[in-house]
Design a protein around this ligand. Structure first.
Ligand code: FES
Length: 93
């Protein structure tokens, strides 16, 4: 069991038993994280900043990298719809 914590306009935490996408965890946590393209790595509205636990996150895929480059995202930012957590993680948005 691991937790994924969100801090932003609304804060919340999801307890997860297995590897979970950050976007799915936000829904479980009751945090209304924007996701205009429906989680298809097209809009960038699900951008989050990783505060803690980056070592527990999945590697960036090509689709995520393309969007992050277009957004000029910082190295600690990820797309919640394209990032899976397998350990304790804290993000802000
Ligand atoms: S929801 Fe659109 S890029 Fe993640």
């Amino acid at each position: 069991m691991h937790s994924i914590q969100f801090d932003g306009k609304t804060s919340g935490k999801a307890e997860c038993e297995r590897e979970t996408a950050l976007l799915a965890a936000s829904t479980k946590a009751g945090v209304p994280l924007p996701h205009m393209c429906g989680g298809h790595a097209r809009c960038g509205t699900c951008l989050v900043t990783v505060v803690d636990g980056a070592e527990h996150l999945s590697e960036q895929g090509n689709a995520e990298t393309r969007v992050l480059l277009a957004l000029k995202a910082k190295p600690d930012q990820r797309l919640a719809c394209q990032t899976w957590a397998r350990g304790d993680v804290k993000v802000s948005y």
